[in-house]
Write a protein that binds this ligand. Structure first.
Ligand code: NAD
Ligand code: WQD
Length: 338
């Protein structure tokens, strides 16, 4: 079976390519390297012993996408990661986000339809829930008005998939990721944020390494147990495995509706202070931090109800927060040595 992985040189995509290859799939990657480097291909090959097929392709280019599909007719399914993902940047440049995240999806789906490719996995996000009314969040929780153009592209994309699946042979699964962190145990691949990291864990590892002076904790006066925000941090290797399970579900025609949605998290919420404390424990560091004002747009607490993923999809996270943070630290140490 051959799977096309868009954005397969990115953070989550590269871990998923490894998991797919280790499960016996043949993988073709397309990526425009807008947020990744070609070296990732080597990392994947070092882990699996197989260099996946790679084509430089910008999915916004409708005619290039058409040519790609015309010359790659043997694709059994698509896992679509390629997108722009920086929330703050999306507020400043919404058109980039609508163009990249929405047009790329439409271009891909049009070609899938032409080529008779029916199996499609989409990278969605817990951001579609906004500030939830109840916790943990189930998949049928209401979709609140998006707080950023990025979040809106995920909501629109899910609607595009739903609408298309109603009137075509498309079978799609949207995986709503919670907060992916960590790196592959081999430390051949991991997260490579450009510039100053916006996300908590890369900021922590860079601070511990001495690249950043101290971590700013965005608020300690939220209505949570210790006053800091709560998230569901999921090891990227667990997340990658969820894609293998999801594509197998579609290939085996086990889906119950043409468009399905699953929360992909651990089911456990951790506060910012808990993350710092766990990081210190597993790495023997004493992370420097200070509490600053709340970051605008942050939701207070969000973590997944994973019942549907566990029982219907048949996937469950295996790694703990400590495992994930230890792997993130090992990765930071490795990339700084290079
Ligand atoms: P990433 O930036 O590391 O990977 C995305 C990859 O897509 C990059 O290699 C980039 O070069 C490529 N790409 C972007 N636009 C492209 C285009 N037009 N044509 C071809 N390639 C293109 O991001 P990631 O963290 O691996 O995220 C993967 C997906 O998961 C994204 O859709 C993202 O929105 C979603 N997601 C990420 C998170 C997270 O916290 N990392 C959480 C929820 C959802
Ligand atoms: C986690 C917690 C911060 C940095 C974002 C996107 C979301 C999804 C995942 C794609 C929060 C706190 C952070 C720092 C801090 N991406 N924090 N100091 O905001 O939950 O989600 O990435 O879909 O859409 O919004 O993740 O890692 O930025 O923050 O105190 O320097 O850490 O306030 O509570 P977030 P994050």
């Amino acid at each position: 079976m051959k799977i096309l992985v868009t954005g397969g040189l990115g953070y989550i995509g590269s871990h998923t390519v490894v998991a797919l290859q280790q499960s016996g799939f043949e993988v073709s990657i397309v990526d425009n390297l807008s947020n990744s480097t070609i070296d990732v291909l080597e990392g994947i090959a070092k882990i699996t012993g197989i260099t996946p097929q790679f084509k430089f392709l910008d999915l916004r280019d409708k005619s290039e996408v058409h040519h790609y599909f015309k010359s790659h007719k043997e694709i059994d399914g698509v896992i679509h990661f390629a997108a722009s993902k920086a929330v703050g940047e999306s507020v400043e440049n919404p058109l980039l986000y609508y163009e990249n995240n929405v047009n790329s999806l439409v271009n891909l789906l049009q070609e899938c339809k032409k080529q008779g490719i029916h199996n499609f996995i989409f990278s969605s996000s817990c951001t579609v829930y906004g500030e939830p009314d109840g916790l943990p969040i189930t998949e049928d929780a209401p979709i609140k008005k998006a707080t950023s153009p990025y979040g809106n592209t995920k909501q629109i994309s899910e609607e595009i998939l739903f609408d298309t699946s109603k009137v075509s042979h498309l079978k799609a699964i949207a995986l709503r990721y919670f907060n992916p962190i960590g790196a592959h145990a081999s430390v051949e691949i991991g997260e490579l944020p450009l510039g100053v990291p916006q996300n908590l864990v890369p900021f922590i590892t860079q601070t511990a390494y001495g690249i950043r002076e101290e971590l700013s904790v965005f608020g300690d006066n939220y209505p949570t147990q210790d006053g800091s925000c709560i998230r569901d941090y999921i090891h990227v290797v667990d997340l990658a495995d969820a894609h293998v399970v999801a594509i197998n579900r579609l290939l085996a025609k086990k889906n119950t509706t043409a468009f399905e949605v699953f929360n992909i998290g651990t089911g456990a919420g951790s506060s910012v202070f808990e993350v710092i404390q766990t990081f210190n424990q597993v790495t023997d560091q004493n992370l420097k931090y200070k509490v600053v004002d709340r970051r605008p747009g942050d939701v207070i607490a969000v973590y997944a109800d994973t019942t549907k993923a566990n029982t219907v999809l048949g996937w469950k996270a295996k790694f703990s927060l400590a495992d994930a943070l230890a792997s993130a630290w090992k990765w930071e140490l490795k990339i700084r040595k290079e």
